[in-house]
Design a protein around this ligand. Structure first.
Ligand code: HPA
Length: 264
């Protein structure tokens, strides 16, 4: 069990009630985005009681608090994945922590494989909708402090933030993201199935966080960085995923900065 309130109390002592309004979750290889922040506080996950620690390369493991322009943000450098062995409660706990810290909007990023030939390696895809193949993180007793038992989930992604993103970069792609557990990549039969059910990109994260954020009434925007195509036989390594992330980092930073500054 993660005691969200205790965690938030401990964090607030360290950050002197800094009160971030926008939360940012960085995916594989995208951690350098945090360099854009005028940092006020940095807390390592291992120094936060009950907080999981990230077990994989490219996920640094810290919460960074600071300013992006005028906006107070908290950046999660390194997220938790179901495939690491964490419960869905642990995977999504940071989103609830953000909510209790005062965050009203979350911007999420991930690395994903394309299912659609229009999406090339290096492209950035705005997630316009999703198909969740992971367990739903809201299963279990509902925590009424955050939201209702049966939250609406038709359009989890903010239309106005999607429009704003398209104004910032005219070459962004859009599509449906499918999350599966991993850690093995998809079989060719699974890829065929994911295309058939309407997926454009596939990855191993993000949707649980989106569900918990929407349950808590937060405004959500999510972006996939395409690191490989699932339509060829070229095996993808985790190192390649990280390198493509590093290259895209500046472009993504500019986009997230603009989105963070949209009036709440
Ligand atoms: N499949 C699942 N997750 C991924 C992929 C992929 O092809 N690429 C990056 N994350």
């Amino acid at each position: 069990m993660v005691n969200i309130e205790e965690t938030v109390k401990a964090i607030n002592l360290k950050i002197k009630n800094f009160k971030p309004t926008v939360g940012i979750v960085l995916g594989s290889g995208l951690g350098s985005f945090a360099e854009q922040i005028d940092v006020r506080y940095k807390i390592k996950y291992k120094d936060i009681k009950d907080f999981p620690v990230s077990t994989i390369a490219g996920h640094d493991g810290s919460l960074v608090f600071g300013y992006l322009g005028e906006v107070r943000v908290v950046v999660m450098k390194g997220r938790f994945h179901y495939y690491e062995g964490y419960s869905m409660e642990q995977v999504t706990a940071p989103i609830r922590v953000m909510s209790l810290l005062g965050v009203k909007r979350v911007l999420l990023s991930n690395a994903a494989g394309s299912l659609n030939d229009d999406l090339k390696v290096g492209d950035m895809m705005i997630i316009t909708n999703h198909i969740n193949m992971l367990p739903n993180p809201l299963v279990g007793k509902n925590d009424d402090r955050f939201g209702t038992r049966f939250p609406d989930m038709k359009e989890p992604y903010s239309k106005r933030l999607i429009e704003k993103a398209k104004q910032v970069y005219s070459n962004l792609k859009e599509g449906v993201y499918i999350s599966c557990s991993g850690p093995s990549y998809e079989t060719s039969a699974e890829i065929k199935f994911y295309k058939l059910i309407g997926g454009d990109a596939v990855g191993m994260s993000t949707i649980p966080e989106v569900i918990v954020a929407r349950h808590a009434g937060m405004e959500v925007f999510a972006l996939s960085l395409i690191t490989n195509s699932t339509n060829n036989d070229i095996a993808i390594t985790h190192e390649e995923v990280l390198n493509i992330g590093i290259k895209a980092s500046d472009r993504m930073a500019r986009l997230f900065k603009e989105l963070a500054m949209v009036k709440l």
